[in-house]
Write a protein that binds this ligand. Sequence first.
Ligand SMILES: [Zn+2]
Length: 319
Amino acid sequence: MKVHLSFDVEIWCDGWDDLDRKFPAQFERYVYGRSAAGDFALPHALKVLRQYDLPAVFFVEPLFAGRFGVEPLREIVGLIQDAGQEVQLHLHPEWSDEIQPRPFEAAHTKRQHLSYYTLNEQLCLLKLGLALLDEAGAQAINAFRAGSFACNADTYQALSQLGLRYDSSLNPCHPDSGLDLRGVEDFHRPSQIQAVESLPMTVFTDGFGKPRPAQMGACSFAEMRAALASAHEQGVAHFMILSHNFETLVPGSTKPDRFVVSRFEQLCAHLADRSDRYEVCGFKTPGFGVQFGGRRADIRAPMLASARRHLEQIARRLI
Ligand SMILES: [Zn+2]
């Protein structure tokens, strides 16, 4: 089974006021996550991946560079590529009205989701994102993920026109993902959508019977390990895991979240240990290809594994 460790890399400024003053400190937090205990944002993820020799996929949000210049973006791209990892395209179009000059005429009000933009506007934003990443030194981008998974049919039209081969924007658990594609496209298995090869987020049923995306910050390690095993047993071809550059940080702080740090380290150790079962790879890994179709699996994690997550949440609050 191919396992994809995907990270969405993005920077926020704690609201949209006073952006230019806030940006430098927010950049430090989101990119480096410096604390007395060490650096826990991107450098930590890259270090652990190197330790276990695992290739991940970093979907980098570039539109912020339309506001603050390309240098900070170059720094992010450099960190990732110098560690031998791949950079791909992520877009949060809520930046479009903060960019000067305006990327298109109607970019004067804030619209959060990509699906709120016309096909031509989506094309413009995708081209701008690719140009910024290219200027920042990113190599051979061939995959995309929409911010908040909020793609629509036009997104696949735009990706097809631009020749972006892979997409990982469909997430059956996310209320804004592919609203006009529900019941039309496959949200659970790899499929071809126009000229694009779609690899949706992996979702499993947790021990309490609820659907849960395979996200580092939202699952216990025991759940992730059980979901991987369950998918593997059922012959699933691709397992897509999500994390963010800031998921190992306590929200609103530069302190590391020890639970998420430990989950990620345990997951990487497990994947490296079970390389007989799991082939960890990205979209630029030599020989990578999408395996389409197959039976729709019923991926499950047991009650004990999910109870473990609840215990961790309680412990986290107490700490
Ligand atoms: Zn995002």
